[in-house]
Design a protein. Sequence first.
Length: 146
Amino acid sequence: MGNSRVIFVGAVSIILGLYSTGLQKAERAVNRVGVIHSFQMQAEEIAKAGISLAIESLGTSKPSPLPSLSNLSIHGGTVRYVTDESGLATDEVRITSIGEYQSYRVTKTAIVKVSKISATTRKKWANWEIVKVSTQFEAGQFAYEE
């Protein structure tokens, strides 16, 4: 009877140890995903800031040449954007903004057009309205290595 109790307690201890190890691994994986997600969210915010900067640089009407920006340090990361009008209406501009934070990259593409509001607006960016925005995260950023 004594040996069976020792074997039982030993088996339960091993099972609990393995269970605890599994929980720790799962906790580390969840933590890693959370960190990656927060870095991606920051990169997305930086890309949004790039769109705002591009709209600000457009002014009250479509300039020629269209503005661009490369590698401006902002919010702990970098942003760059390009603007183009290929395949769009004459009053529209495409802004492609890339935000990077801690080696994570998010690309936001926005189509903006001159709005119908009066030319006497106080803020020059208010002369543009966003028609469409798309967001693209870099593939493979959730790869987890232990």
